[in-house]
Design a protein around this ligand. Structure first.
Ligand SMILES: Cc1cc2nc3c(=O)[nH]c(=O)nc-3n(C[C@H](O)[C@H](O)[C@H](O)COP(=O)(O)O)c2cc1C
Ligand code: SF4
Length: 452
């Protein structure tokens, strides 16, 4: 097991409460930042750490903070994105539920660095019980002087509020989230202006993922350079991976970025191997919005001897042979999984969750669902595969927000790598009506040549 910067204390007794958290070194980063560092120095450490946003896009956090507009006399905001609605992702829930003070602690030096005095945690409606846990942690922190006015006698003020959403995937997209936080329907905004210039109530705002903000704690405690020593290249530090599907040990794992995919799937420290003793068919490495990769592209690529769990290695080869680390929602499929069925299932989700503002997304997600339904239920024709390809291509890049891409990339990748399964579905209508057809009679993966 690599270094555990976020999960080290997660199973300690009493860690959810302030006393237990303090007993394990909690809130040290606040003392250090507020008493011994200038806001610019905190920002500098985050830049040095190389930390990249853990919400999906992997944008460098220090750079994002430095873009924040700072007009005189105008409040600015930090908004923590705790929507965690990406299917396959459940790491933020784990942090907030088990060790809520880690997030509260991370928000203090982060807000201090950006000159923020009011911060929000936007949490999805389904996590209502976690919102209560967070509120309790905030009340404890406030009573102990870690929040509120004149924190630790330094003259710095910070209030944190928890806002519960109504439960919509699109409210994880940062501008839809801001609309929702303002009390409106969660429709994404056209960018620019970006939130760093006009965000919450048209004020400069930074939106960061829960895990990103939690990572600020070890960065301040140990220094940005120490953090950057973990990992490979531009993928520094540790990352939480939510592992699910056909594996022996599903769960949330903290990996040092750079561990190989093979080790992650097979090692007992992590997933413990593919379940059922069956061969690995494919993985979706970064949540439902990223391309699926077949087994033969998971352990080896043109550039990398073995595929690594880093932003660069997972995207190596572009979408022809690569995918993305995304939010770290790691799905594993053994050969009993039907890729057409899995793709149809995701397409139902995206159709349901489209906010409907843009025609390519609103109409296209519906069409993709319809065609995939036909393929899955034995009523498709072979040219439906080309139709599906054509629809997804017309969505990508033609929408207000990246939801359109997120809905179309997985469909494109499934066809790109598993076209033979789509063809099988179109040509064996009676067989595929049995949802367990792949389990009984796996469709062999054709010889491919992703040669070096
Ligand atoms: C459709 C959609 C859903 C998203 N859902 C989430 C989410 O649930 N949590 C999250 O942190 N980011 C989500 N994002 C990414 C956010 O827009 C934003 O990039 C992120 O919160 C920034 O934080 P980071 O820089 O710390 O990663 C989503 C993006 C899109 C397009
Ligand atoms: S891409 Fe889809 S979710 Fe995003 S704004 Fe357009 S219709 Fe809404």
């Amino acid at each position: 097991m690599g270094r555990q910067l976020l999960l080290e204390h997660i199973n300690k007794p009493g860690i959810r409460g302030l006393e237990g958290y303090r007993a394990n070194g909690g809130y040290r980063s606040v003392e250090k930042a507020l008493k011994t560092m200038a806001p610019e120095a905190v920002l500098e450490e985050v830049k040095k750490s190389g930390l990249r946003g853990r919400g999906g896009a992997g944008f460098p956090t220090g750079m994002k903070w430095s873009f924040l507009a700072k007009p005189e006399g105008v409040p600015r905001y930090l908004v923590v994105n705790a929507d965690e609605s990406e299917p396959g992702t459940f790491k933020d829930r784990y942090l907030m539920q088990r060790i809520p003070h880690l997030l509260i602690e991370g928000m203090i030096p982060s807000s201090f660095a950006m000159g923020v005095n009011t911060a929000y945690i936007y949490i999805r409606g389904e996590y209502f019980y976690i919102a209560r846990i967070l509120e309790q942690a905030i009340a404890e922190a406030r009573a102990a002087g870690w929040l509120g006015k004149n924190i630790l006698g330094t003259g710095y003020d910070l209030e944190i509020y928890v806002h519960v959403g109504a439960g919509a995937y699109i409210c994880g997209e940062e501008t839809a989230l801001l609309e929702s936080l303002e009390g409106k329907r969660g429709n994404p905004r056209i960018k620019p202006p970006f939130p760093a210039v006009k965000g919450l109530w048209q004020r400069p705002t930074v939106v960061n993922n829960v895990e990103t903000i939690c990572a600020v704690v070890p960065i301040i405690n140990d220094g940005g350079e120490e953090y950057a020593k973990i990992g490979i290249g531009r993928s520094t530090g540790t990352k939480l991976i939510s592992a699910a599907g056909h594996i022996n040990k599903p769960g949330v794992y903290e990996i040092e970025l750079g561990v190989s995919v093979e080790e992650f799937v097979n090692s007992d420290q992590y997933c413990g191997g593919v379940s059922g003793g069956r061969p690995l068919k494919a993985c979706i490495p970064g949540g439902s919005s990223v391309p699926i990769l077949p087994a033969e592209l998971l352990f080896r690529t043109a550039k990398f001897e073995t595929r690594l769990m880093t932003y660069e290695s997972l995207s190596d080869g572009g979408f022809e042979t690569g995918s993305m680390l995304g939010s770290g929602g790691f799905y594993v499929f053994n050969d009993s999984a039907c890729i057409v069925r899995a793709t149809w299932n995701h397409s139902r989700f995206y159709h349901h969750e489209s906010c409907g503002q843009c025609s390519p997304c609103r109409e296209g997600t519906g069409w993709m669902e319809k065609v995939l339904y036909r393929l899955e239920h034995g009523t498709a024709r072979t040219d439906d595969i080309d139709l599906l390809w054509d629809i997804q291509r017309r969505i990508e890049g033609n929408t207000i927000c990246p939801f359109g891409d997120a809905a179309s990339w997985p469909v494109a990748a499934s066809i790109r790598h598993f076209r033979h399964e789509f063809e099988y579905h179109a040509t064996h209508p009676t067989k595929v009506k049995d949802p367990k057809h792949c389990e009984k009679d796996p469709i062999p993966y054709p010889e491919k040549s992703y040669a070096n």
